[in-house]
Design a protein around this ligand. Structure first.
Ligand code: EPS
Length: 391
């Protein structure tokens, strides 16, 4: 993160999630009820989530850095309560308790349980690892990302995200709507955030089948960002490349195993003539005929839509568990079972959109600076004028 500083804290069944984002300019209008909480609700939806989502109704409270609905330039501290905490206050007690802690000692294949236990010396209670490893933490990353989305919106950037596949069910992209608004409408009518009614029905059937079999499902999501100014990120140093920054952030999301930009893995089998985007003028604006690159060349935004895909592995808590060992008794047995989701791919699309927004806002601020939103907007407007050819 070249400009912003961000930290999150909190456990899945602890009292709450907290987050701090430092580096947002002064003068950004910010109201949690309008700018953050509707997006947190979206993250909780999606067919295949556990009963937990009926217990939670995530709302971020802004604790600092905002006065009278405007950012002051100071660090913004956020708080999201875990409603479920009241049911877990013994198991997650901060102070020692007299009761049995019901320790978990059988790691789940695919989860952070085993490596985390060996690393931090928690072989006698894996809960010390998995409560923090849990994807519950993404609620706070979405809240922070929603602030970044608002900043991007104020410089003219809009975004959308959707599910491309769940397990073996893929959307038919041939009738994808051409405008962002139409696309958003179609996605919001699907319980799995797919812009294809037939694929939605089949994905829901597949989730039901996986649930009956005590199994889980992964999938692929896509996030798109329009009107990003040219030249955020940089070719001059490895850690300033925009795609590298995005890849790190996206792969840091729980259960994400792969990230792609534009044509992604397909570039490997293409010819150069098929893979690159020809440059042309559209009313004196420099633009491209195609967008195979997904809006990034040489580690910099090139003005075309930024297209990012992420692949999520199936969730590692299985109701029909895989084999594992008890770290205390050495007995070969079934992995630990904990209430969990069958499929969280629709939520991942919301998370990826906000995590990428965070990286884009960070790179916008690194490139253009500005202590106030007015300064930032002036500098972005100047850059946009350089995207034109005057003759
Ligand atoms: C998660 C397991 C489930 C999910 C949770 C992530 O929680 P629980 O064990 O309480 O049912 O619902 O995700 C959330 C709580 C959330 O808000 O996204 C896990 O193990 O990662």
């Amino acid at each position: 993160m070249p400009h912003l500083r961000i930290l999150t804290g909190g456990e899945s069944h602890g009292a709450s999630l907290i987050g701090i984002i430092d580096g947002i300019p002064a003068g950004l209008s910010l109201v949690a009820e309008q700018d953050i909480n509707p997006i947190l609700s979206e993250r909780q939806k999606g067919y295949g989530r556990s009963y937990r989502q009926k217990i939670e109704s995530d709302r971020a409270q802004i604790l600092s850095g905002v006065r009278f609905g405007m950012t002051t330039g100071a660090p913004i501290a956020l708080h999201i309560e875990n409603n479920d905490w009241k049911n877990w206050s013994d198991k997650m007690s901060v102070t020692s308790i007299d009761k049995d802690r019901e320790a978990v000692t059988i790691p789940r294949p695919g989860h952070a349980d085993l490596a985390g236990a060996i690393k931090y010396g928690h072989m006698d209670d894996l809960r010390n690892v998995f409560e923090r490893a849990s994807a519950r933490e993404t609620a706070m990353r979405v809240a922070i990302g929603a602030i970044c989305s608002k900043l991007l919106f104020e410089i003219g950037v809009v975004s959308v995200s959707f599910v491309k596949s769940i397990g073996t069910i893929e959307v038919n992209t041939s009738n994808t709507p051409s405008t962002v608004e139409e696309l958003k409408n179609k996605i919001s009518n699907s319980e799995v955030r797919m812009c294809d009614a037939d694929a939605t029905t089949r994905a829901i059937e597949l989730i039901e089948e996986a649930k009956r079999q005590g199994d889980t499902l992964g999938g692929i999501v896509q996030a798109e960002f329009y009107n990003v100014p040219v030249g955020i990120g940089s070719h001059v140093q490895w850690d300033r490349k925009l795609d590298a920054n995005i890849a790190q952030a996206v792969v840091s999301i729980q259960a994400v195993k792969a990230v792609e930009f534009g044509d992604g893995l397909n570039v490997a089998s293409q010819r150069g003539s098929e893979s690159h985007d020809e440059i042309r003028l559209d009313n004196k604006r420099i633009t491209r005929t195609t967008n195979h690159a997904g809006g990034i060349e040489g580690g910099m935004s090139n003005g075309m839509p930024i297209i990012v895909r992420a692949a999520m592995k199936p969730i590692s808590t299985l109701m029909q568990p895989l084999r594992s060992i008890d770290l205390v008794t050495s007995e070969q047995t079934n992995a630990h079972i904990e209430r969990s989701d069958v499929c969280a791919v629709p939520s991942l699309s919301i998370i990826v959109e906000r995590v990428v927004a965070t990286v884009l806002a960070d790179n916008v601020l690194d490139t253009f600076g500005g202590d106030t939103m007015t300064e930032l907007q002036e500098r972005v407007t100047k850059r946009r004028s350089q995207e034109m050819i005057s003759k």
